[in-house]
Design a protein around this ligand. Sequence first.
Ligand SMILES: [Zn+2]
Length: 160
Amino acid sequence: MKPIRLDHPAVSVAPPPADLPLGLIPLTDADHELIAAANAVLGRHYRTFWHTVAAAIRSKDGRIWTGIHIGTTVGRLAICAEAVAFGRAVLEGDGTIEAAVAVRHPKPDEIDRELAVVSPCGACREMILDHAPEAAIIVMAPEGLVKLPVRTLLPLPYRR
Ligand SMILES: [Zn+2]
């Protein structure tokens, strides 16, 4: 079995291609540190089914807050890693989100054994937009890893 990579390849450290589509923001070194923080948490705390996704949030003051997904037997009660990380940012930090990323662990039967950046679920898009409408989310695009404004990921959010 191929070992799991805890670091993240610096695929986007090079200057962004000139033809990067509108709205895509190239990653910075700080963004790669954010991904590495999420990978490190998942490497330490991964448990099949119970803890399969980790997230990292960078607040406006530069501090990083990590979280781990909490699986539950009743699937809809599961708590996303982003929510755990944001709770820490609120309780221990300034409660802001400048950038966020989530990474997933491969399932036991998957051939690719690398941790991978995963887009936030719809509920987390709503949560991040509610609390940090200017936040950027790191996602995997066809061009590689990029950041997108959360508004772009949720153009028509739920409102009541
Ligand atoms: Zn979520």
